[in-house]
Design a protein around this ligand. Structure first.
Ligand code: ADP
Length: 481
C-alpha cells in the first residue's frame, strides 16, 4: 500500500499546532504496519535549514498559474521518507508557515497552498513525473484540501482522504483565485469549490474527497450541527456516510512518567507515591504553599475562549476556597493573560500563573498537579487530557469532542467497571465547571477512589497503533473501489 501524506506542518521541522504532531506520528505508525508512506511538505526556509542538502527528483515548470517548482527528496527525523516542494518564490522567507512575523496572513497563501495541493494531485495522477504512484492521497486541513478538486479533473487519479483537524480554519480566498490556479470554471459552484461567493479550500476538499475523517468520533458528529459546523454542517451531514472520526494518539515515549527527563522524579503505576516529589517541586517552582494535602489543579493551554479559560479565571477564587491550589501555564488573549497574573498576585501562594510557552514546565504540571483542568467549549481531539491520564492526574473536562471520547466520568458504575478516569461535565459555565471540580476534590480526599482513578487512567492505551489501523482500513476500502 503506497500512501502520499500531504501536510503543511510536521514536527519537529515546522509546528504551529497539533497537526504537526499528527503529521510526524501517524505516518511513522503507518510505516510500522508496512505502509509505504511518503510525506509531502512545502519547502519553508526553516525546513530546508533543518535538513541536510536535498536532491531534486522532479521539476514542475509549467503548472498553470504557478511559479516553477521542484521536488526534493529527504527524510523526516523519524526516518519516514519526505518530499519537499521547493519553490523559493513562495516559501523561502522569514516569519511562520501561514503568517509573517507580525501575525498577518501571507498575501499569497492561496498560491502557496494551491501549489502544495496541485503537486499532491500531480503525484497522485497519470501526470506524475515519478515512478512511485500512490494508491491513496491523504490531505490534512485546508492547506492541502484543494488537492481532491485537482484530482477530480485529473487522469487515472488516486482516491483521496481529507482529515479535518480544526474546522475553524477554512482557507477562503477571492473567487478569481480559482481560475488563476488552473481550476476549471465548472467547479466554481456550490457543487464544487465555491462557498458563499468565494473559493474555499476546505469546502473543496470536503466536497471532492472520497473519504473525510476528523480527529475524534464525537467531533465527527458535532461538526454536522450548526453549533460547531462553521457553516459546513450541511455538506458534512450530506456526506456523513463517508465521514469517520478517529481519535488521535499521543507520543507515548515523550509523554512517559517512567522516563520523563523534565520531571523531578520519575514514576509509574507501581510507584505512584513517587509522584508526590513532583507536586513538591511544582509548588516550589511556582511559589505555592508546600502543602501535600491540598489538591493542586493544573492547566496547560492556549489562553482562548475555545479552551474555556475565561471560566477557569472566573471560578479561581471559589476553587481555592475549596480549598485547593491552581497552576496555569499558557499564553494567548492579552486580557486573559493579565487576569491570570493578577490572580496569582492577589492569591499568592494559592494561584500561580506562568504566561509563555514552556515545554518542560508543561511536563512538570502533568506530573505534579493532582487534577488537570480542560474545560474546552469545543475540542476536535485535545492532547493534554490524554497526557494527564497517563501521568496519574485525572482531568476535569467539558463533555465535547475528543474530551468525551478519551475521558470516562467518575461515578459508582464506572468505578465498579474499573473505567472511571476523570470528571466530565455538561453545562459549559462557571457552575458546571465548579461542580465538577468539587466532585474531583471530594474524590481526591478518598484515597481508595483516587488511586483507582489514577490507575485506570494510567492503564489506558493512548498510543497510535489503533488509530493507524483505522486509517489503514479506510485506505484499503478506497483501493478496492
Ligand atoms: P491545541 O492544539 O488546540 O492547542 P491540544 O491539547 O491538542 O490543544 O495540544 C496543545 C499542545 O500544546 C499540548 O501538547 C500542550 O501541552 C502544548 N501547549 C499549549 N500551550 C503550552 C504552553 N504555554 N507551554 C507548553 N506547552 C503548551
Amino acid at each position: 500500500m503506497r500512501l502520499l501524506f500531504v501536510t503543511s506542518e510536521v514536527a519537529p521541522l515546522v509546528k504551529t499546532g497539533g497537526l504537526a504532531d499528527v503529521s510526524a506520528a501517524l505516518p511513522a505508525a503507518l510505516r510500522d504496519t508496512g505502509v509505504d508512506v511518503h510525506v509531502l511538505l512545502p519547502g519553508y526556509a526553516q525546513v530546508l535549514k533543518a535538513l541536510p542538502p536535498l536532491q531534486a527528483v522532479a521539476g514542475f515548470a509549467d503548472l498553470p498559474g504557478f511559479p516553477e517548482a521542484r521536488l526534493l527528496a529527504g527524510a523526516l527525523p523519524n526516518g519516514v521518507p519526505l518530499w519537499v516542494v521547493d519553490c523559493p518564490e513562495l516559501y523561502l522567507r522569514g516569519g511562520g508557515p501561514y503568517q509573517d512575523e507580525h501575525g498577518v496572513d501571507w498575501i499569497d497563501n492561496a498560491l502557496r497552498f494551491g501549489l502544495l495541493s496541485k503537486i499532491a494531485a500531480v503525484l497522485g495522477s497519470a501526470d506524475s513525473p515519478l515512478d512511485w504512484k500512490p494508491d491513496v492521497v491523504h490531505c490534512n486541513d485546508w492547506q492541502s484540501a484543494l488537492a481532491p478538486a485537482y484530482l477530480h479533473f485529473a487522469n487515472d487519479a488516486a482516491p483521496c482522504v481529507v482529515t479535518v483537524h480544526n474546522l475553524a480554519f477554512q482557507g477562503t480566498f477571492p473567487p478569481q483565485a480559482a481560475a488563476s490556479m488552473g481550476l476549471p470554471a465548472e467547479c466554481f459552484q456550490p457543487e464544487g469549490v465555491e462557498f458563499y461567493g468565494n473559493l474555499s479550500f476546505l469546502k473543496a476538499g470536503l466536497y471532492y474527497a472520497d473519504h473525510i475523517t476528523t480527529v475524534s468520533p464525537s467531533y465527527a458528529e458535532e461538526i454536522q450541527t450548526a453549533a460547531l459546523g462553521f457553516g459546513l454542517q450541511g455538506l458534512l451531514a450530506h456526506r456523513r456516510n463517508v465521514l469517520t472520526g478517529i481519535l488521535n494518539g499521543i507520543d507515548t515515549e515523550e509523554w512517559n512518567p517512567a522516563t520523563d527527563p523534565d520531571i523531578a522524579q520519575t514514576y509509574d503505576a507501581g510507584r505512584l507515591q513517587a509522584k508526590s516529589a513532583n507536586k513538591r517541586e511544582l509548588q516550589k517552582r511556582m511559589g505555592l504553599h508546600p502543602d501535600p494535602r491540598v489538591p493542586l489543579f493544573g492547566l496547560v493551554s492556549r489562553f482562548t475562549h475555545q479552551k474555556g479559560l475565561d471560566i477557569v479565571l472566573e471560578i479561581a477564587p471559589q476553587l481555592i476556597a475549596l480549598p485547593a491550589q491552581l497552576v496555569l501555564l499558557g499564553s494567548g488573549d492579552a486580557e486573559m493573560q493579565r487576569t491570570a497574573l493578577e490572580l496569582s498576585h492577589r492569591y499568592s501562594g494559592q494561584v500561580s500563573a506562568y504566561v509563555g510557552f514552556d515545554e518542560g514546565l508543561s511536563h512538570l504540571i502533568e506530573a505534579g498537579a493532582d487534577i488537570f483542568l480542560m474545560p474546552s467549549r469545543f475540542e476536535p481531539c485535545g492532547l493534554n487530557q490524554m497526557y494527564s491520564q497517563r501521568y496519574g492526574t485525572p482531568p476535569v473536562v467539558h463533555a465535547t469532542g475528543g474530551l468525551i471520547d478519551s475521558v470516562v466520568d467518575c461515578n459508582a458504575a464506572s468505578l465498579k467497571r474499573g473505567e472511571a478516569s476523570g470528571f466530565v461535565f455538561d453545562s459549559m459555565d462557571a457552575i458546571g465547571l465548579l461542580t465538577a471540580a468539587q466532585r474531583a476534590v471530594a474524590a481526591f480526599h478518598d484515597e481508595k477512589v483516587w488511586r483507582a482513578l489514577q490507575l485506570n487512567g494510567m492503564g489506558r492505551d493512548f498510543g497510535w497503533d489503533k488509530s493507524a489501523t483505522a486509517y489503514r482500513d479506510i485506505y484499503a476500502r478506497l483501493m478496492l473501489r
